[in-house]
Design a protein around this ligand. Structure first.
Ligand SMILES: *Cc1c(COP(=O)(O)O)cnc(C)c1O
Length: 462
């Protein structure tokens, strides 16, 4: 092949068939909208948002293949063909023989926490995810963060900041005893650390540790294909493996997994629990009837399960996952040109702006990340979310605010929804806010809900 002399760009691996118009608003309009929403981006109206980077959860654009499948929904109460097709794909791609559908990820987290945890237990995990930890705590466990220290440093360039620190695991087992640790909870890429993956080597080490101590190993596989992509790009020995092969190998080390299908699977609703353990499966299959619906639909319509089954086939396509991760990388490269601090390396699903550095004059008690998210929305209508002291919540025992080291604004990319031009507009807005950062004032609570407060809290300017 001739030597390449020109820099060659990539483009989105799809063309657009249906469009959804978005509203452009004025700064005055957004200032008022932000105030009415209590300066909480979760309480803003979607209609008032220009580019919505609040979350990639359920905000995906489905393909024509998935939409065509929606018409094939078998809406029987029991045993629909879409359920069996989905189950087949769970076996084929995740390698788990048993499967229970749920309406979304947290329903699966609720069930698995109830099934495996007894009050007084400890559950170690590679940093926490909001709903995951809450369900573990509600089931009576104490969550223990065993992620490597590098994950808490926003500018540390470790390629696998989602790794578990085996020494921390060892210490926990010594302190509380393996019999009080029902399972290790492993997620990848780790959302709260900035979308950072774990390596296959680390997973194998954790697997061997768990086996030795007879502790189960469970996987939050919500973003597993992103993790597989990073393994392919960064870990020795995986460059020539397919995403599907890497995913299957990852899953092979776990006793079971749960998934929010609203992420990797590129649908708008759905989730599931899958396992190799027949006993756990039987309990989950029974429990799902109480909370979600019969075990062959778990709170979903037949058409939703069809879209999920087809989403699994698309999520492991190289072009698809590459575009996803590279779009985030593109945004990071552009932001870096303005010297804007954000979490390094660039994560798999989002850019995490370092609000502690950007708004260094605002103390953590005045919510620098919440403030930064508000300012960006007011500047351009770009919506992100807080991942800092508000999201961390209060310690259930002491009632004190948990003070995370990281104070971040997450700008998350819905899959297949926005183009590079949207990213450019976002970058310019963040740069504008960054230039004017010294004038920004912090926020205070005017309403604080008891659970997952970041969703519904209201603030005012100090
Ligand atoms: C979204 C998410 C969940 C929760 O899933 P829902 O579908 O929102 O209930 C759990 N874990 C991770 C890693 C997630 O990203």
């Amino acid at each position: 092949m001739a030597k390449k002399v020109v820099k060659r760009s990539w483009a989105e691996p799809f063309k657009i068939k249906v469009v959804e118009p978005i509203k452009m608003t004025t700064r005055e309009y957004r200032e008022k909208a932000a105030k009415e929403a209590g300066y909480n981006t979760f309480l803003m109206k979607s209609e008032d948002v220009y580019i919505d980077l609040l979350t990639d959860s359920g905000t995906n654009a489905m393909s024509d293949y998935q939409w065509a499948g929606m018409m094939l929904g078998d809406e029987a109460y029991a045993g629909s063909r879409n359920f069996y097709y989905l189950w087949d794909n769970v076996k084929k791609y995740y390698g788990m023989p048993y499967f229970v559908p749920t309406h979304q990820g947290r329903a699966a987290e609720h069930m698995i926490s109830k099934i495996l945890i007894k009050p007084g237990d400890y559950v170690p995990g590679n940093m926490y995810f909001t709903t995951t930890r809450l369900h573990q705590e509600l089931a009576g466990a104490t969550f223990v963060d065993v992620i490597i220290d590098e994950a808490h440093e926003s500018s540390n360039e470790h390629p696998f900041k989602g790794n578990i620190d085996l020494k921390k695991l060892e210490k926990l087992v010594k302190e509380v005893g393996a019999k009080n640790i029902p399972y290790i909870s492993m997620a990848g890429p780790v959302n709260m650390a900035g979308g950072q993956p774990f390596s296959m080597k680390n997973l194998i080490d954790v697997y061997e540790f768990a086996k030795k101590h007879k502790i189960k190993l469970w996987f939050d596989a919500t973003r597993a294909t992103e993790n597989a992509f990073f393994i392919k790009e960064r870990e020795k020995g995986y460059a020539d493996k397919t995403i599907a092969q890497i995913l299957k190998e990852m899953c092979s080390y776990f006793d079971g997994l749960w998934v929010s299908a609203k992420k990797d699977l590129m649908v708008n609703i759905g989730g599931f629990l899958a396992t190799k353990n027949k006993k756990v499966y039987e309990e989950a299959r029974n429990m799902v009837v109480i909370y979600e619906g019969l075990h062959t639909y778990g709170g979903l319509a037949g058409r939703d399960m069809e879209a999920m089954a087809r989403g699994i086939e698309e999520m492991v396509e190289y072009e698809n996952i590459r575009m996803r991760v590279k779009q985030v990388e593109y945004a990071g490269i552009q932001l870096a040109k303005y010297k804007i601090p954000f979490v390094q390396p660039i994560g798999g699903h989002a850019i995490f702006l370092d609000a502690k550095k950007i708004l260094s004059h605002i103390p953590q008690e005045q919510f620098p990340a919440q403030t930064l998210a508000t300012e960006i929305f007011i500047d351009s209508g770009v919506r992100g979310m807080e991942r800092g002291i508000v999201s961390s919540g209060r310690d259930p025992k002491t009632g004190e605010n948990r003070k995370p080291k990281l104070e971040l604004v997450r700008l998350t990319f819905p899959r297949r929804v926005y183009t590079q031009s949207h990213i450019d507009v976002m970058v310019e807005s963040v740069a504008e806010v960054y230039e004017n950062r010294k004038k920004v004032k912090g926020l205070k609570f005017i309403y604080e809900p008891k659970y997952l407060r970041f969703f519904q809290a209201k603030f005012d300017r100090v």
